[in-house]
Design a protein around this ligand. Structure first.
Ligand SMILES: [Zn+2]
Length: 334
């Protein structure tokens, strides 16, 4: 029975992810019969680290979902050089992607990787921990207490299954390597002469999120609490929690903001994203106040969010997000 429940919840997660995947993203021409074990051996990784701040680099991954072609890579791995060695934020989605990221890291610096931060439970951000741990066994991996709890409850295995399905086997061989060092809001981790300050203000994109401020470099890694040019998957979080968490972070005067997906930017990029979440929530409120149904939110939000229509995932996610926001409004009213 627990196995059945596990399988069902995995299928549910896959359907949630797939719900926001336009069919054009699926290259299904010849993947069905491909020898799956060889998929990862002929890997081509065309992404490079770009400097975004002092001693800070980011690989800006593709904004599409994990698929057979990208082999699961879709996030923004971050790299910070300290006097004690390198720190990686969200190394990626599979052991193979992790190895590719390490290869790219070596082009920036030959120093050892001494620490890793995982921004949240979604596997596209952290299943590559395995590659870092294999190459640097003494590395310290940090994540929020709630993330470690969720991994202990089997979420890592669920994400391995999701990746395996979406990449059509290209992630196979990846194992769960969880963070071992728990952090909470306001913790400051000192690595060499650099301070990593943890921001967590309750449930946001998920309940496991940390935003990592690199104090000396005036840069913050936002995880999926902020995306740029891409519509988020909101079903593990709340609109109000996400908006409130990010607005709290914005009180710190930070210069550079690295989203979980999409291009790095300044405060205006963050505000543009929060405006999207607010517009969807406001549309839900309006529908509720007019005694309309949750399915009526879409007609309103479509009018108010036209500025975001070219963002990846917009057409597929705006409807379900309106319904989710409507439930939140209902809950807040009673
Ligand atoms: Zn996420």
């Amino acid at each position: 029975m627990p196995h059945l429940i596990h399988t069902l919840s995995t299928l549910l997660l896959i359907s949630l992810l797939c719900a926001c995947s336009p069919s054009s993203e699926h290259d299904s021409t010849d993947t069905k019969n491909k020898d799956k074990t060889s998929a990862s051996l002929t890997h081509n990784f065309p992404y490079k680290f770009e400097q975004v701040a002092n001693n800070t680099w980011v690989i800006h991954g593709p904004r599409e979902l994990p698929n057979a072609k990208n082999k699961g890579f879709m996030n923004n791995p971050g790299l910070v050089l300290t006097s004690a060695g390198l720190v990686v934020i969200d190394p990626g989605s599979t052991v193979y992607i992790g190895n590719d990221v390490i290869t790219e890291i070596k082009k920036v610096s030959q120093q050892a990787i001494v620490a890793v931060f995982n921004t949240h439970i979604h596997g596209d951000h952290w299943l590559a921990n395995q590659a870092i741990k294999m190459a640097y066994p003494d590395v310290k991996i940090y994540g929020h207490t709630e993330m470690i709890n969720e991994v202990n409850n089997g979420e890592g295995e669920s994400w391995l299954d999701i990746m395996d399905t979406l990449t059509e086997g290209a992630s196979r061989g990846t194992e769960v390597v969880a963070p071992e060092y728990a952090v909470i809001n306001a913790d400051v981790i000192k690595v060499g002469d650099t301070h990593f300050k943890i921001h967590h203000y309750g449930i946001a994109h998920t309940k496991t999120d940390i935003m990592i401020e690199v104090v000396e470099n005036s840069v913050v890694f936002l995880g999926d609490n902020v995306l740029s040019q891409r519509i988020p998957r909101t079903s593990n979080g709340t609109f109000i929690g996400n908006i409130t968490s990010v607005n709290t972070l914005l009180k710190s005067d930070i210069k550079t903001y690295v989203p979980g997906h999409g291009p790095t930017g300044d405060r205006a990029m963050v505000e543009e994203y929060i405006k999207y979440l607010s517009l969807v929530y406001e549309a839900a409120k309006e529908a509720f106040n007019q005694d309309l149904d949750s399915s009526d939110v879409l007609a309103i939000s479509k009018e108010t969010t036209t500025a975001y229509k070219d963002w990846y995932g917009y057409d597929d996610l705006l409807g379900p997000q309106g319904a989710q926001a409507y439930s939140e409004v209902e809950e807040a009213e009673f």
